[in-house]
Design a protein around this ligand. Structure first.
Ligand code: ZN
Length: 241
């Protein structure tokens, strides 16, 4: 019995929706995204354990195992942002797999300055890892054989360096803590900026999206599928920011 629910979209995309009592993020995995044996990309591995004492990372590994995936086969971890509920488990993933870690430069600098304080305030320990490279706006260049089109969008506001990912082939948007079903990311944490968040949401709302994968589930739901529902959601959240 795990606290994640696995949802497969298309051939190689898996979303791991958090369904526990306490806080944790939704994780995603793109299978066969990289060359070699460690071909999987894991996005936002989440908490190691949360305020309810739930073993979030164990749950993620077990749920991944149900789909035939192992953390040891992850070649890259991408973090939408550095909050503990998205980034904390990046450390055990890297320990087991030696995977590359990618996030935006702005986010890493913010994390370096504010990270420890923020993690301590939430009763956890900041991961001791450094990015292998920085994510930049535009196409994510993996290697020349990569057929996946992963676009990185710089979408600050919830944090100074938050990114979103757009998978063009699936018309799938991983929005981190920028936008949720019926809601938007908080801007009252250090580094939050409501007007930047508004601009970021505006940008994302112009994409052609069939699947919106938000960083957390809300009472209104988790994944939003269908273009009409997605644009309805953007229209709705624009009225509350
Ligand atoms: Zn966050």
């Amino acid at each position: 019995m795990t606290n994640h629910k696995s949802i497969k979209i298309g051939q190689n995309f898996y979303c791991y929706i958090w369904a526990g009592k306490g806080n944790n993020c939704n994780a995603s995995l793109i299978h066969h995204a990289l060359r070699g044996e460690q071909s999987d990309i894991l996005i936002d591995p989440g908490h190691i354990s949360n305020e309810w004492g739930e073993n979030c990372f164990d749950s993620l590994m077990q749920t991944m195992a149900g789909d035939g995936f192992k953390v040891e086969n992850v070649g890259m971890v991408i973090c939408t942002h550095c909050h503990p509920d998205h980034f904390e488990a990046a450390e055990p993933v890297v320990k087991r797999s030696n995977a590359q870690v990618a996030l935006s430069r702005e986010e890493y600098e913010f994390y370096n300055n504010e990270g420890n304080r923020f993690y301590t305030a939430f009763g956890s320990k900041a991961p001791q890892i450094e990015p292998s490279f920085y994510l930049e706006e535009g196409d994510l260049k993996l290697d020349e054989t990569n057929k996946l089109d992963i676009k990185v969008l710089f979408t600050p506001g919830h944090t100074p360096g938050s990114i979103s990912l757009y998978l063009e082939e699936l018309k799938l948007l991983i929005s981190g803590d920028v936008v949720f079903a019926g809601s938007v990311g908080r801007t009252d944490f250090p580094g939050g900026d409501a007007s930047l968040l508004r601009e970021s949401i505006d940008r994302l709302s112009q994409l052609d999206v069939e699947y919106l994968i938000p960083g957390h589930s809300t009472q209104a739901g988790s994944i939003i599928s269908n273009k009409n529902q997605v644009s309805h959601n953007f229209n709705l959240v624009k009225t509350i920011i």
